[in-house]
Design a protein around this ligand. Structure first.
Ligand code: SF4
Ligand code: FES
Length: 286
């Protein structure tokens, strides 16, 4: 069967109030042929259905060969990112009827290598993530590797990085970034934002080395200030702001206004208190 520009009509169609017939045009990457093709599917959508629901329906009832990636179906795992009507979005969080279009285009995320159809390769994205050391850097090696106590942090200190810790590494900001589109070595908004997240964490002692790593053309100076990253983030994280704050820190370091940061100390573990009315867990049986 020839698949190029083929139309498929869903068999599970029964029109109800709040339902609508939608045409999906899915741009797919064929790794065998190294070529693009567009498949068109017509599906009856009911109110409340997301793009991911439609993809599941298409795969289960119309075309088993369609590939995409998803897991949690609730905006947590970050694996269902794709370009929907020209904008990077999470498929599981995108309500179809809210797009207000009868024909919806779906393509893989830009700025990523492709695996098949809508599934993209995140290897380079996670390599960059690893490069910025996304964990606490501490000088108390013994305590770090064999923790006996808790690292102290007040609610006010936590607020300094809270929004940046909401990142689910979905890569939408990376796909929207014009610098990533032209420079494969650019760290990208997510990795840069996460660098700031750790610098702002009162428990981290790696400020100077983190600033040194991102003070580069492939780091904070590669940003064109388009703000596209913050615009598409599904979690309200503002990577563009983080990049500007990092630039401020680089300037402060040049003026010798930043010294090695001494992290907050350790405290005994807090005693967990069971809230009234919450039953005891069952005893361990393994
Ligand atoms: S900053 Fe936002 S868009 Fe970028 S990876 Fe994190 S959650 Fe996704
Ligand atoms: S499936 Fe997990 S974020 Fe969409």
């Amino acid at each position: 069967m020839a698949w190029r520009n083929v139309s498929h009509v869903s068999r599970v169609i029964f029109m109800k109030k709040d339902s609508k017939i939608i045409t999906f045009k899915i741009k797919r990457w064929d790794p065998g042929k190294g070529d693009w093709r567009i498949s068109t599917y017509t599906v009856t959508i009911r109110k409340g259905m997301t793009i991911l629901d439609a993809l599941v329906h298409i795969k289960e009832t119309i075309d088993h060969t369609l590939s995409y990636r998803a897991s949690c179906r609730m905006g947590i795992c970050g694996s269902c990112g794709m370009t929907i009507n020209g904008k990077p979005r999470l498929a599981c969080e995108t309500q179809i009827l809210e797009l207000k279009s009868n024909t919806i285009s779906i393509e893989p995320l830009k700025n990523f290598d492709l695996i098949k159809d809508l599934a993209t390769d995140f290897s380079l994205f996670f390599e960059k993530q690893t490069k910025i050391r996304p964990y606490l850097i501490r000088s108390d090696e013994d305590e770090y590797w064999n923790p006996s106590r808790e690292y102290k942090q007040t609610p006010t200190e936590r607020l300094l990085y809270e929004q940046f810790s909401n990142c689910i590494t979905c890569g939408l900001c990376y796909a929207a970034c014009p610098t990533n589109a032209t420079n494969i070595n650019y760290l990208g908004p997510q990795a840069l934002m996460n660098t700031y997240r750790f610098i702002a964490d009162s428990r981290d002692e790696g400020t100077l080395e983190r600033i040194e790593l991102v003070d580069a053309v492939d780091g904070i100076w590669g940003c064109h200030l388009s703000g596209a990253c913050s615009d598409v983030c599904p979690k309200g994280v503002d990577p563009a702001l983080a990049i500007q704050l990092l630039r401020g820190l680089v300037a402060a370091k040049a003026l010798r206004r930043i010294k090695h940061k001494k992290a907050t100390g350790v405290v005994p573990p807090s005693e967990a208190k069971r809230r009234k009315g919450i039953p005891e867990p069952p005893p361990f049986n393994v």
